[in-house]
Ligand binder design. Structure first.
Ligand code: CS2
Ligand code: MG
Length: 402
């Protein structure tokens, strides 16, 4: 029997920080898992290096489920982003190994294709409405069928989601940047610019919007009602996600579909949202919700309640997560949509083989495992850089949800 021989925690920053776990078996087979937690990267690196690697040595790499249970139940302390990201990295690396040993891409191990390709949505944004409309047009030209639209609220420096250069990278400063936020200004402005986008492009486009946890339930209800005629694909994170019950009030007031879950890490965190049908799309990911093993458990629960999947796919999730997401998405019956922001060219040089979008769809690699190779030499050119997400403050100086 092959055993786990080597466990390495790799940190690189080709445009942004990524933490990657590489497991090597006694037969020389390697597997990769993403362990990136934006702004708290080294906490997961330490969790893996100091507390997980010593437990993995000598174990059977084929025992994916048992290793998951061992790390989850065996820690005694459960859930939370740091723990679940660390467990996810091990889980995904073991699935990668299992695929390579079997000579099959991971999606084949998950039951094979349920669909021809994975529908993705990209991010259009603008410093004003005209710039947003131009950006949406440019993404349509590239073949995207689903587009998220965000415009800078006039006078509000802390508007979420506005790209400045070629890439949107909110974790851009060595200490958190403080930005101003006004809910009133946002609520007056956002429905109007979303209406402009609809007016310009019609209904033959899936239009999405991310509220980014900034509203109270009653404000979110008002927002959802005010955009009902625009038939959004979804409004995302209308209110902070940790209070599952809060979504009931939003639900009772609007038919605008609701997506949430990018910051949630386990089936327990989404149980009420799903079983009480308080949302339409669950946004948990392989990297922050315990790997392929646990994510499928969440998605299967969601299927029973007609909740579809819509996994987070921002640039702070590494190409290893893109590959793992596509493997799950292509096979999962209740798949809805996959977020895809893309990565810098340098990132693609570190993570060779990352799936690319064609005609608005992602396709899984046909290579055994996940199909990603980590280039140590290129990675070494980009050492870790402390980077933090911004912090939002209301106009009176109090801290708001970013
Ligand atoms: C976002 C993310 O992609 C999204 O929907 O909400 O950009 C999020 O802000 C980052 O992943 C935070 O690390
Ligand atoms: Mg989001």
């Amino acid at each position: 029997m092959a055993t786990i021989d080597r466990v390495e925690v790799l940190v690189t920053s080709p445009g942004r920080n990524f933490v990657t776990l590489r497991i090597t078996t006694s037969d020389g087979v390697t597997g990769l898992g993403d362990a990136t937690l934006n702004g708290r990267e080294l906490a997961v690196a330490s969790y893996l290096r100091d507390h997980v690697a010593p437990l993995l040595a000598g174990r059977d790499p084929a025992r994916v489920e048992d290793t998951w249970q061992y790390l989850y139940k065996g820690a005694y302390w459960r859930r939370g982003p740091v723990t679940m990201t660390a467990i996810a990295a091990v889980d995904v690396a073991l699935w990668d190994i299992k695929g390579k040993v079997a000579g099959l891409p991971v999606y084949q191990l998950l039951g094979g294709r349920s669909r021809d390709g994975v529908l993705v949505y990209c991010h259009a944004s603008g410093v004003d409405v005209a710039a947003l409309v131009d950006d949406v047009a440019a993404y349509r030209e590239k073949g995207f069928k689903a587009i998220r639209a965000q415009a800078a609220v006039p006078g509000v420096s802390g508007t979420y989601g506005i790209r400045k250069g070629a890439y949107y990278e909110p974790a851009a400063t060595a200490l958190p940047e403080e930005q101003l936020w006004s809910t009133e200004a946002y609520l007056d402005f956002a429905p109007a610019y979303l209406a402009k986008v609809r007016e310009k492009f019609g209904f033959g486009l899936h239009l999405l919007h991310d509220v980014h946890h900034r509203l109270t339930p009653i404000e979110a209800a008002r927002f959802g009602k005010s955009v009902e005629e625009l038939r959004l694909f979804w409004m995302e994170d209308p209110t902070p996600a940790e209070n599952q019950e809060a979504f009931r009030l939003i639900r009772q007031h609007t038919t605008t579909p609701i997506a949430t879950g990018e910051v949630l890490n386990s089936i327990w965190d989404v149980k009420q949202l799903i079983t009480e049908q308080l949302i339409d799309y669950v946004r948990t990911t392989t990297v922050h919700a315990g790997g392929i093993t646990h994510l499928r458990r969440i998605f299967d629960l969601a299927a029973l309640y007609q909740v579809r999947t819509g996994s987070h796919g921002a640039s702070d999730l590494s190409p290893v997560t893109v590959a793992a997401a596509v493997a799950v998405d292509i096979s999962q019956p209740n798949f809805g949509i996959q977020e895809h922001m893309g990565h810098t060219i340098e990132t693609y040089e570190v993570f060779r083989g990352t799936p690319q979008v064609t005609d608005g769809l992602l396709h899984p690699s046909e290579e055994p495992g996940l199909g990603i190779e980590y280039d140590d030499e290129v990675a070494a050119r980009f050492p870790y850089q402390p980077r933090y997400l911004p912090v939002a403050r209301n106009l009176d100086g109090s801290v708001h949800d970013w």
